[in-house]
Design a binder for this molecule. Structure first.
Ligand code: BTN
Length: 255
């Protein structure tokens, strides 16, 4: 369970998390955050839950969020010009924060998954309306390897594998909020360029053959790059380049 006093201490002066709402259990922090945003909760409010009983992933999937096994939280953000590249920015910010765990080999995977040793350790769900973005982040910290995100999906990773012992949640959440704060500031000052550059350095997807699963089609080609909105540029086997705004990348075997 999260120690709220410790969390507040660790978050310190960060502008994200200045207002923290800690819930022992909730359906989804996204829904809780939406309700708070509608009743006037300010930019930077963070809703964090010990467990979620109806955690949501991208593309309508469930997100398993057992008590004490990870960080399940949503940051309320007022939209600005930087919101168009929030998917890339948030992936970079989370990956950078998790890289501070000694020995963790962390990468990003399009669109905004974070991988530990090639397996998914964190996922990001952004739900936005015209004024507000709800940035939902789930990080497996002390997750039992037997509880998968979805039974048919690839095995997931958990940060405690690296340390070999359970890790305290509060410092990791504070590090992610500080990292997000820093990358958002950079984005406002310098635009998307530094984020795109860092995303490319951290990426495990680019330059490789990829299979993209879309709701009604599967595309195959080489993942050549990303544009500043975070869309993937896929060179199809026929030579045509496609710009893909949303989907799931599955690496395809070579040949
Ligand atoms: C994904 O990779 O599919 C995105 C997963 C996002 C999970 C987080 S946990 C906190 C927030 N509340 C939710 O219901 N989902 C996000």
């Amino acid at each position: 369970m999260l120690d709220e006093a410790r969390l507040r201490r660790e978050v310190g002066e960060s502008s994200l998390g200045a207002r923290l709402v800690c819930l022992p259990t909730t359906g989804s922090t996204q829904d809780e955050a939406r309700r708070l945003a509608r009743s006037g909760a300010p930019h930077g409010t963070v809703v964090v839950a010990g467990e979620q009983t109806a955690g949501r992933g991208r593309l309508g999937r469930r997100w398993i969020s057992p008590a004490g096994a990870g960080l399940w939280f949503t940051v309320i953000l007022q939209k600005g010009p930087e919101s168009s590249f929030l998917p890339l920015l948030s992936g970079v910010a989370v990956a950078e924060a998790l890289r501070e765990v000694p020995g963790a080999s962390v990468h990003v995977k399009w669109p905004n998954d974070v991988l530990l040793d090639g397996r998914k350790v964190a996922g990001i769900l952004i739900e936005a309306d015209s004024t507000t973005a709800l940035l939902g982040i789930g990080v497996n910290v002390n997750l039992d390897q037997n509880s998968a995100l979805e039974p048919w999906r690839d095995p997931v990773a958990s940060l405690h594998e690296v340390s070999g012992a359970p890790l305290p949640l509060e410092p990791i959440l504070a590090r992610i909020l500080h990292s997000l704060d820093e990358w958002l500031r950079l984005a406002r000052e310098e635009g998307p360029a530094p984020i795109i550059m860092r995303w490319r350095e951290l990426a495990s997807t680019l330059g490789r053959r990829a299979r993209i699963v879309l709701p009604r089609a599967v595309l195959e080609g080489v993942a050549e790059g990303i544009d500043e909105t975070g869309a993937l540029l896929l060179r199809m086997d026929g030579g045509e380049q496609r710009r893909i705004a949303a989907g799931d990348v599955i690496e395809a075997p070579r040949g």
